[in-house]
Design a protein around this ligand. Sequence first.
Ligand SMILES: [Zn+2]
Ligand SMILES: [Zn+2]
Length: 244
Amino acid sequence: MKPLLRWVLDSVLPPSCLVCAEPVEAEGQLCVNCFRRANFVTAPFCACCGVPLNISAPGGDASQLCRACESFRPAFTIARSALHYDDTARRMILPLKYGDQSEASAGLARLMRRPGENMLQAANLLVPVPLHAARLRQRRYNQAAVLAIALARLTGRPLGLDALYRQRRTRPLEGLGEQERRDELAGSIVMKQGMDVQGKRVLVIDDVMTTGATAHQCALALRAGGAARVDVLTVARVADPRLQ
Ligand SMILES: [Zn+2]
Ligand SMILES: [Zn+2]
């Protein structure tokens, strides 16, 4: 949208909820109903990949790993998400596809700050999960990059927008098992030449995490480039990828 038209509309229309049309006090907020409906990720979750665990351990065991991380430890250290990936989360993420929604991305960045507080503070570099150039031309916007920009703005952390790229296209991962996903993605994500991540703590940003296979590839590339540690922060998390 043209900036002037945007300005005129913004000054006429009251700000609306991230999900529905309900008016809210400021852009990027959730209305009371949508906030209630938002399904935030809470303990217990996997100490590594952050997937919500279907256990009700009294007192909670903060070092508990999910079955997937027990059998294969990913190259990232910790992954966390703000929300369960459900219909409300889907509707919140949707505006990012049209890239022009800076208020939506600012609102989502604020939601991500809660589970990502420590990781964001420790991060030397925020890096979005890359889209293949052909997909980017098709879609026009990389949702992960839109979020990384919003998080960098919110926290002042340095941004490595094109630190990673996809050197080949991969087929859709839906319906593939964990090992098949890793095989399909192997070597597909690499670091840009001349990018310096030596000794840095890198935080990889994405909209949705399913099994973490893509995040694992990003972490492999960054660790190979010398990153000291890689963590992952996403808006939403598919609750139990093995059931999808
Ligand atoms: Zn709402
Ligand atoms: Zn896990």
